[in-house]
Structures are given as structure tokens and as C-alpha cells.
Design a protein around this ligand. Structure first.
Ligand SMILES: Cc1cc2nc3c(=O)[nH]c(=O)nc-3n(C[C@H](O)[C@H](O)[C@H](O)COP(=O)(O)OP(=O)(O)OC[C@H]3O[C@@H](n4cnc5c(N)ncnc54)[C@H](O)[C@@H]3O)c2cc1C
Length: 504
């Protein structure tokens, strides 16, 4: 009987910390892919008071130089599957199984080929503009989760404080400068590359670990400048207007300048909507001639001489030339990550903490198309940690960090090495990278139990973690080096043997 009473009182003591607490409120800074996805994941778990603060005016706000496309692969689809959104995603995207690319040379010659799927066994991936993906997530919030999620656009988080084991978030409306304050149990930092949340944690952290400081890993693409040129839907592909662009077709339109310094391409990804303007990515070194042009009419002249195969005056309006010439564009970031993903403000009953996801903790150029997919995988891993910890913040956040942090350095190493030189910025080195790809590919086909396929293929297998992929790729590299070393030593021994025979 005494034992039963002791057992009962023990359970009473532990009950408060083990009870699922779904009335906790969360504030998410940033309404990009990671922010909207986290809001939906928390709402699906039953959290009731979720606020997203986003400084842009709307989910589908058109920012010409951010109008690039995402490829949502199997990794990103772990999230869309969780929310039951994959079918809707497929309807508004172009599947990579239907992706054709037409290369148009300066002399007008064209060649259309099926865009290669690096791993035919991988899940079908879907191409769609960033804007369309954000709108898909926002519509889901509006239609099904309005009672638990509020999104405040035009609202910028300006300060984060902690007072007496509580978090205080100060935000400001960009239009009227009104201040709104929040005291959430959970603060989620999804505020991208220059994350205020991460920088605040870095200031709070007195340890010598520097775990909230970004660590940088240079890559061939970092520092490249990009701008996006907007073209009309179905724009003419030649000077006679005899053929027009198809929205589901990708295009690589090559300029007349062939030297590697001056070479230029318009990279146009497929779009699902035939009425949407097309966007042509221009990605070049920061010292390229095109970036020096600051006036619209001079840009028109430049484009006419660069792309004689296109009716530039017809497909690039003078307003668009002007906008493009004056735009600052953007620069691909240096691959970077930080190992600290959480901070506990209080681990008492009412636990309170901060967690970081997406570009706020790992950011890199788009070479391997993992920016949005890794961000969505972060959300799924946070969801898993919440499930295993009964939604108790003080248990969840360390668990999430211990599971996700070991993937981040491998992810960054993969962005450095898996598919370097994709923008033709150095043709000889691109060829070497292709040789490396084919050697690994062939070895993995001949001796699959010894050699792994190229890392860029393994990334498409969403069941492998980044750390598993990196470790398999490194093991293959080591075996190739050992094999080359042994071949070299063997050749030397053989040559000296032959030399000795002739001397005799
Ligand atoms: C040119 C280019 C091409 C790319 N192409 C690809 C690609 O093909 N495939 C791919 O997977 N990835 C690509 N990426 C990377 C991808 O865009 C990012 O990895 C992804 O957007 C990360 O999502 P996020 O939500 O973490 O951050 P973001 O998308 O950066 O979202 C952060 C949000 O937070 C908001 N915000 C920031 N600070 C505050 C604040 N203080 N208060 C309120 N709001 C704030 C911002 O307005 C923004 O909306 C590309 C990136 C670039 C630059």
C-alpha cells in the first residue's frame, strides 16, 4: 500500500513535465519556405497560437531578382507529404520527368534534349517558382489553419530580449512604425541568411564554443553575381517570330561571345503557368561587362549584340531593360553553417526556448538545389523531435539540435564539392569535375559494394542523410586515392624492373 502511494506521488511529481502542452504559443520570424512550413507543422500538431512575422508585404510579392525556381525533391516532399500537399504541389509544377531543355546557340542552331535525371530511381521532383511555392503554403494556412496561425506581413522583428526566464519579441509595422510585442514560449528563427535571431543568440552566448557563429567554406560559385531578366510568356525564339517559347520547356540561350571571361547565357527554367512571364537567370562573375551597364538603352544594345538569334527589342521592354540595368542583383553566398540550433531560456515547467531552421543556420549557392529541401527537412526533424518529447520545449530543442547539427557540415561540404562549376565559369575545371563524375559513376556500376555513386546522385535519395552521403563519398575518394597510389607504385616498380632487364 505504501509502495502504491509512493508510486502515485512520484507520478504526480513527474506529470507536469510529461504532459503534452499544446496551448503554448510560438512566434516565427520569417515567412519564407522554412517559416510557413514550421507554422503549418506546429498547427498540424495542435499548437493554437502561432504568429508568423514577415517583413515583405505578401506571400506572392513579386521581387524580380528573387524570381528563381525551386526543385522540390524527395527530401522536400517529406514535408509536403506530412501536410498532404504533394498532390497540390504536383498540379502547379513541372515534374522533372517531363523536363526538356532546348539549347539555342548564337547562330540560331537548336538542340532539345530530355533533362537528365541523375538518379532514375529517385522520387519525381517538382519545379515551380519560389513565389508559387510560398503561395501554396500560404493558401494552406488561409484555408485550413486560420484559427491557429496568424501571418503579419509588413512586420519586421527588430529586437529580441530575455527577462526573468521569459522571451520578449519586439516587432514593428513597416508602414506605420507601430510596435507590437510578443512573449512566446517558442521563438523560431526562420529569418534567412542574415538572421537577427541567430545573431541575438550569438550575443547571448558567453561560452567559447562560438556555436552561433557561421563557419565559412569557400566554393567555386560563391561570390558570383546574379540578376533575373523578365521576359513575356511565350516570347519569340527567333527574329521571324516563327517559333515561340513553351512554358514547360527549359532554355539555355547562349551568347555570341565565346571567350570564358565574356561568355553569357540566359538560363530559363520551366514554368507551369502559360500566362506567367518567363524569367531568365544571368549568373556571372562580378567583373563581367554586363554588370557595368547602368542604363536601359545601353543594356538593350548590349543584349542585341550578345544574342543576335533573339528579337531583343520585341521581348525585352524598355522598362524591363531599365529595371534590370539599375537593379543591384544579388551574390551567391559562401557556403556556411553554424552548429548551435537552439537556446533554452527556461527549462522549468513552462519551458521557453529559441530554435533555428533553414538559411538562418545553413546557407550556400544553389548548385545542388538543396536550399529549400534542406530547410523543409529541418522542419520534419523538428516535428520528429516534438513527437518524441511530447511537445515539451526543454526536451525537444536539445534533441532536435543533437539530431540535425551533425548533418550540417556534411551538407556544406557537399555543396562545395558535389557539383562544382555549374555556371560554365571555368570550362577546363568543369570538364575535370565531369570526368570525376563519370569515373565514380562507372566504378559504382562495376563494383557497387566498394564504390558509391557520385554524391550529386546520392543526394536525390531522400532516405540517406547528408552525413551518410558525405561519409560514403569520402570513403570512395579514399579508395580511389589508394588505388591511384598503388597503381603509381606498381608502375614505378614495373618500370625499374624493365630498366634492370635492359641494363643486364
Ligand atoms: C538566386 C538563388 C537561387 C536559388 N535557387 C535555389 C534552388 O534552385 N533550389 C533550392 O533549393 N534553393 C535555392 N535557393 C536557396 C533558397 O532560396 C533558400 O535556401 C530558401 O529560401 C531558404 O528558406 P528560408 O525560409 O530558410 O529563408 P528565406 O527564403 O531567406 O526566408 C527568410 C524570410 O525571412 C524574412 N525576414 C528576414 N528577417 C526578418 C525580420 N527581421 N523580420 C521579419 N521577417 C524577416 C525575409 O523577408 C524572408 O521572407 C536559391 C537562392 C538564391 C539566392
Amino acid at each position: 500500500m505504501i509502495n502504491a502511494i509512493l508510486l502515485f506521488s512520484y507520478f504526480l511529481q513527474i506529470m507536469p513535465t510529461k504532459t503534452k502542452k499544446l496551448n503554448q504559443n510560438a512566434v516565427i520570424i520569417g515567412g519564407g519556405p522554412a517559416g510557413f512550413a514550421t507554422a503549418l507543422m506546429l498547427a498540424k500538431r495542435g499548437w493554437q497560437e502561432i504568429t508568423v512575422l514577415e517583413k515583405r508585404p505578401a506571400a506572392d510579392f513579386y521581387e524580380p531578382d528573387k524570381s528563381f525556381s525551386y526543385q522540390i525533391d524527395g527530401r522536400g516532399q517529406k514535408f509536403t507529404d506530412l501536410l498532404g500537399l504533394t498532390e497540390k504541389l504536383a498540379k502547379i509544377s513541372v515534374a522533372n520527368t517531363d523536363f526538356y531543355l532546348t539549347e539555342i546557340k548564337a547562330d540560331g542552331n537548336r538542340k532539345t534534349s530530355k533533362f537528365p535525371r541523375v538518379d532514375p530511381n529517385s522520387k519525381t521532383a517538382y519545379w515551380l517558382p519560389r513565389r508559387a511555392f510560398l503561395q501554396l503554403l500560404y493558401q494552406e494556412i488561409e484555408q485550413n489553419w486560420q484559427h491557429s496561425i496568424q501571418v503579419l506581413f509588413n512586420t519586421k522583428c527588430v529586437k529580441i530580449d530575455r527577462e526573468n526566464s521569459k522571451l520578449k519579441i519586439i516587432s514593428q509595422n513597416i508602414n506605420n512604425e507601430n510596435t507590437i510585442e510578443f512573449e512566446p514560449h517558442l521563438l523560431v528563427g526562420c529569418d534567412g541568411l542574415n538572421s537577427l535571431v541567430r545573431k541575438t543568440l550569438d550575443k547571448w552566448d558567453n561560452s567559447a564554443s562560438n556555436k552561433f557563429k557561421m563557419q565559412f567554406f569557400p566554393s567555386a560559385s560563391s561570390g558570383l553575381k546574379y540578376k533575373v531578366l523578365t521576359l513575356p510568356p511565350n516570347f519569340a525564339l527567333d527574329n521571324n517570330s516563327s517559333e515561340r517559347a513553351k512554358c514547360t520547356m527549359g532554355y539555355a540561350i547562349r551568347a555570341a561571345f565565346s571567350d570564358s571571361q565574356g561568355s553569357l547565357s540566359l538560363g530559363i527554367l520551366p514554368f507551369p503557368d502559360p500566362n506567367e512571364p518567363r524569367t531568365a537567370n544571368i549568373i556571372r562573375r562580378p567583373d563581367h561587362e554586363i554588370w557595368k551597364i547602368k542604363e536601359g538603352d545601353k543594356l538593350q544594345q548590349f543584349l542585341e549584340s550578345a544574342f543576335p538569334q533573339l528579337p531583343i527589342h520585341e521581348i525585352v521592354s524598355s522598362e524591363e531593360s531599365d529595371r534590370f540595368a539599375k537593379s543591384e542583383g544579388g551574390y551567391f553566398p559562401i557556403p556556411q553553417y553554424c552548429s548551435g540550433l537552439h537556446w533554452l531560456v527556461s527549462d522549468k515547467n513552462d519551458s521557453t526556448g529559441v530554435v533555428l531552421l533553414g538559411d538562418a543556420v545553413h546557407c550556400f549557392p544553389p548548385d545542388i538545389g538543396q536550399g529549400v529541401n534542406s530547410a523543409l527537412e529541418d522542419v520534419c526533424m523538428l516535428n520528429q523531435a516534438l513527437t518524441e518529447s511530447n511537445d515539451i520545449i526543454s526536451d525537444t530543442l536539445p534533441l532536435y539540435e543533437s539530431r540535425r547539427s551533425p548533418d550540417l557540415k556534411p551538407l556544406i561540404r557537399l555543396t562545395q564539392t558535389a557539383f562544382p562549376w555549374p555556371y560554365n565559369q571555368d570550362i577546363p575545371r568543369k570538364r575535370l569535375a565531369l570526368i570525376n563524375f563519370f569515373v565514380r559513376f562507372l566504378l559504382s556500376r562495376i563494383l557497387p559494394f566498394i564504390f558509391s555513386p557520385p554524391a550529386v546522385m546520392m543526394i536525390q535519395n531522400h532516405q540517406l542523410s547528408y552525413r551518410e552521403i558525405w561519409s560514403m563519398a569520402e570513403k570512395t575518394t579514399q579508395i580511389i586515392y589508394i588505388f591511384l597510389g598503388l597503381t603509381f607504385i606498381g608502375s614505378c616498380v614495373y618500370l625499374s624492373f624493365i630498366a634492370n632487364i635492359f641494363r643486364v
